[in-house]
Structures are given as structure tokens and as C-alpha cells.
Design a protein around this ligand. Structure first.
Ligand code: ADP
Ligand code: MG
Length: 256
């Protein structure tokens, strides 16, 4: 088994950096089953997701495409355990995420998922380095020494080409550099799955392409499993597979 959740230690144990576990016959990183989401609010009832089913393999780079309001962010937020489904299941590896207790779900979110958002969501009061270290500081795993944390952070910043910006405030960087900081933060806890919600949406074409190329590098060289929501068809075509969402349903899947 490649990923398991240890209830006693409140710890996610994952050996996803190893060779894929062929003995189990399963190479699925993520599976969603009949995923449905209904929002009830004063404004009324919105059925945002209607029985979504798909499987994503380890190391696969998948794009999710669809019109505004079709349910893409809702889907990503549930996959990343930021929100709960109304019906249906999410499996990360073999873990049935929403069958777990709240603190266990929080641990999965902190340790197995890396998020990248359109608007970067960085904290401008503090440095690039502190921003990147945050997931490791709040992680339930603990035990990560300050020195080890810093050296890991600087290594990641180096891979992403912004090590020289470690002591800067994010607001002093360009959009592309800020998104690299967000990518570094997403990588800090060595997640199994990286979720990116329109990561190039706030960037000009050239910078957006550069950020996309970095995600592609993470996918190909470091075998990360990546799910990226995008409006950009050209970028989507460069991913392994595109899942088209319309009105909360999977409209079609295209292998690129
Ligand atoms: P997309 O990311 O594809 O633009 P969303 O997932 O953000 O779409 O939204 C899908 C639908 O769910 C929309 O109709 C949106 O208004 C609705 N929705 C999203 N979040 C909420 C919420 N917290 N409360 C009520 N409705 C919501
Ligand atoms: Mg959205």
C-alpha cells in the first residue's frame, strides 16, 4: 500500500516517492465516486455537482475545463478536503477521505494535498520563506526542526528559480514570482496531489506559460499528480488528459 493513514499516531504515511506499488495492481492516486454537492442558502438551492465519477493515476497531470459556474472550484475544494460532498466519496490512494474524523481529514489536507490558487493567497506581512514554511509549521506531523524546515524550503525555492527572493515580501515580487512562491508552499509538505485552481488566470500569457511549464516539470520530473482547473485550451492540451465539466457533470474526457 502506497498511502495509509495511521489513526493511532494521527499521521499520514505515504511512500509516494518510491516506485509505484505494482503488487497491489492499483496506480490510482485519486478516485471520486458519485460526487454530488448541493448548496442550500437563503438565495435558494444550487446543485453544483451531480454524480461526478473519475479516476486519476499516480503521476498523471489532468486539466479540468468548463464554463464559469460549472462546478470546477467546488470539485477541487472537495477533492482537497476544504469542503465536504453532499453525497459520494473521494479516495486518496486507498483512503476513503470523508469516512475519517475531522482531525484526520485535516491531517490529510495538510500532508497529502498542495493547493495553488488563482490569486496566490500569500501573506504579505511576512517573507517568502515564511510563507513557504507555513504548511510545515501547521502540519500535524510536527517534529520538523527549524533548521530542516529552512533547508527544505530553500531547496524548493531553488528548484523553482526564486531562492534569491527568500527574504523578500511577496508583494515586492512580480505575479509570476508570487505564483512560484505559492507553488513552493504547495510542495513544502511533499504532497501526494497538487490541486491548482486557475493558476495562470491572473498572469499574462508569457508568465502563465512559464508557471505552467513549472507544473509540467513537477509532473514529469518529480512524478507529482496534478489536477489543474484552467480556461486556457492551449495549456489544457499539453496536460495528459482533460476532463470537461458542464452544469456539474462530466461532459467528456479527452486524452491528449
Ligand atoms: P466554477 O469554479 O466552475 O466557476 P463553482 O464551483 O465556483 O464554479 O460554482 C458552481 C456553482 O455552485 C455556481 O452556481 C455557484 O454559484 C455555486 N456555489 C459555489 N459555492 C457556493 C456556496 N458556498 N454557496 C452557494 N452556492 C455556491
Ligand atoms: Mg472557479
Amino acid at each position: 500500500m502506497a498511502i495509509e493513514y495511521n489513526r493511532r499516531q494521527n499521521k499520514v504515511i505515504s511512500n509516494h516517492d518510491d516506485q509505484p506499488d505494482v503488487s497491489s495492481g492499483s496506480s490510482s492516486a485519486l478516485k471520486v465516486e458519485n460526487l454530488s454537492k448541493v448548496f442550500e442558502s437563503a438565495a435558494g438551492r444550487v446543485v453544483a455537482l451531480k454524480k461526478i465519477n473519475f479516476t486519476i493515476n499516480k503521476g498523471e497531470f489532468v486539466s479540468i475545463i468548463g464554463p464559469s459556474g460549472s462546478g470546477k472550484s467546488t470539485l477541487l475544494n472537495i477533492i482537497g478536503a476544504l469542503d465536504r460532498p453532499t453525497f459520494g466519496k473521494v479516495f486518496i490512494g486507498k483512503i476513503d477521505v470523508f469516512s475519517l474524523k475531522d482531525h484526520e481529514i485535516a491531517s490529510i489536507r495538510n500532508n497529502m494535498i498542495g493547493f495553488i490558487f488563482q490569486s496566490f493567497n500569500l501573506i504579505n506581512r511576512t517573507t517568502v520563506q515564511k510563507n513557504v514554511e507555513i504548511p510545515s509549521i501547521v502540519s500535524c506531523n510536527g517534529g520538523d526542526s527549524t533548521k530542516h524546515r529552512a533547508s527544505r524550503c530553500l531547496k524548493i525555492l531553488d528548484v523553482l528559480g526564486i531562492k534569491d527572493k527568500a527574504k523578500f515580501k511577496p508583494s515586492s515580487l512580480s505575479g509570476g514570482q508570487q505564483q512560484r512562491v505559492a507553488i513552493a508552499r504547495a510542495l513544502m509538505n511533499n504532497p501526494t496531489i497538487i490541486l491548482a485552481d486557475e493558476p495562470t488566470g491572473n498572469l499574462d500569457t508569457k508568465t502563465g506559460n512559464e508557471v505552467f511549464d513549472l507544473l509540467k516539470l513537477l509532473s514529469k520530473k518529480f512524478r507529482r499528480t496534478i489536477i489543474m482547473v484552467t480556461h486556457n485550451d492551449e495549456l489544457a492540451e499539453k496536460t495528459d488528459r482533460s476532463i470537461y465539466i458542464r452544469d456539474g457533470r462530466v461532459e467528456k474526457e479527452v486524452t491528449n
